[in-house]
Design a protein around this ligand. Structure first.
Ligand SMILES: Nc1nc2c(ncn2[C@@H]2O[C@H](COP(=O)(O)OP(=O)(O)OP(=O)(O)O)[C@@H](O)[C@H]2O)c(=O)[nH]1
Length: 399
């Protein structure tokens, strides 16, 4: 019995021993080897393509059966450099009216031809003088001014006994020039003074050409060697600020603008402040010109002027008038002269009307000098107004 018990115990011990030997071995086969101190962990690599056979290194100049295909080295893409358009160099203002004279003469040719054909008659009779009068009135010279001009001319012809067409033409030119009061001061106050820039306000009704005029004046000043800054105080028409900024970018001038529908006076104030800080010669401020509501316009323009004058007085207030609106334009002009102290008139679109005589009427009615004339949509199609050159182009023909 004792032998049986001993044999069972021995059997159990053998079985346990055998199991103890086999199981750890199996486990060891499943697990990766435990890291040992100081060993590095090798990251598993994804399976790679079979390695290309390593090409034997050849001695230099060894001949190969096939020339190697030329290696095309792809150029890295060139860095994208934002191209800035080259700044334009506007032409200086001197002699511009002479350059643009042909344009003026073209639009006024009917007027000039009509006048000269009357003047070429042998004896100027009553009806001839009436015809001359009619021509001048049709050209928008205005009734009052026409009567004065014709009366003086008749007198001269009578006293001097003028005979030839050339002589009468010369006398007519003299009378028209005199009607334009050539001694009026037409200089633009655009030079900096007292350590601050000159400030120019540009006013007028919508569509008269204010924004374009602002841009053109800026170019004239830059062409003459000055520096300018634009103030886009026409916050009423969204595109106006973009328009003036584009004019500025073409000649390297900064534009100060505000939010659409914002306070024009605040934009004008900021523009002058910026002009002082950046030390420019002239700040040009484009304004909005709603005429539908005179009180609103008065308030707005008056406020712009008052606020700007916190920096110092406004040097020049230019009223832009569209020559093609003729005598109607004069009524609009009067409203502006009541609101702000207009120091000069810019008559635009003279290239598109046969009524160039409006220059005489404007000056006479408003008592304000025409300082600049617009003669086209091109950026440099504006000229300082010169009475003699203007009248020559108006009358046309040979002097
Ligand atoms: N032919 C001709 N067109 C001109 C002249 N001056 C301005 N214009 C044109 O007139 C149009 C109106 O000009 P703007 O400068 O936008 O007029 P604005 O007075 O600023 O108008 P708002 O911003 O609406 O108040 C534009 O198409 C200009 O190109 C000119 O002397 N001759």
């Amino acid at each position: 019995m004792e032998y049986v018990v001993a044999a069972v115990i021995l059997l159990v011990v053998l079985i346990v021993g055998a199991v103890g030997l086999v199981v750890p071995k199996m486990r060891r086969r499943d697990l990766p080897p435990p890291p040992t101190a100081g060993s590095t962990t090798t990251l598993e690599r994804p399976p790679t393509a079979p390695e290309a056979p390593v090409e034997e290194e050849l001695p230099p100049l060894i001949e190969r059966p096939e020339p190697a295909a030329p290696v095309v080295v792809e150029e890295p893409p060139a860095p994208v450099v934002e191209e800035k358009p080259a700044l334009e160099r506007p032409e200086p203002s001197a002699g511009r009216l002479v350059r643009l004279r042909a344009r003026l003469a073209r639009s006024q040719s009917a007027f000039g031809r009509g006048l000269l054909s009357v003047l070429s008659r042998d004896h100027l009779e009553e009806e001839d003088w009436e015809e001359i009068e009619e021509s001048l009135i049709t050209a928008d010279v205005g009734i009052e001014a026409t009567q004065v001009i014709v009366e003086r001319l008749r007198e001269r012809v009578r006293i001097l006994g003028t005979k030839t067409v050339a002589e009468v033409r010369a006398q007519l030119v003299e009378e028209l020039v005199a009607a334009l009061e050539p001694d009026m001061d037409r200089s633009l106050k655009t030079a900096p003074h007292d350590g601050r820039p000159a400030v120019v306000l540009v006013v007028g009704v919508n569509g008269a050409g204010k924004t374009t005029t602002c841009g053109k004046i800026g170019r004239v000043l830059i062409g003459d060697g000055g520096t300018v800054l634009f103030g886009a105080a026409d916050t009423f028409r969204a595109a106006a600020a973009d328009q003036i900024q584009t004019w500025g970018e073409r000649v390297g001038a900064e534009t100060v603008r505000g939010p659409e529908g914002g306070d024009p006076a605040s934009v004008a104030f900021d523009a002058v402040k910026r002009g002082i800080d950046t030390n420019v010669d002239t700040v040009l401020i484009d304004t909005a010109g709603r005429l539908q509501n005179k009180v609103g316009l008065m308030d707005e323009l008056g406020k712009v002027k008052r606020v700007v004058e916190k920096h110092g007085p406004v040097d020049e207030t230019l009223l832009v008038l569209d020559a093609t609106t003729g005598q109607n334009g004069l009524e609009q002009a009067r409203v502006f002269t009541e609101v702000v102290d207009v120091t000069g008139v810019v008559l635009t679109k003279l290239d598109g009307t046969a009524k160039g005589g409006i220059v005489i009427a404007v000056q006479r009615k408003l008592g304000i000098p025409v300082k600049l004339v617009g003669l086209g949509e091109g950026p440099d199609d504006m000229a300082p107004f010169e009475p003699a050159a203007f009248v020559e182009a108006l009358v046309g023909g040979d002097a």
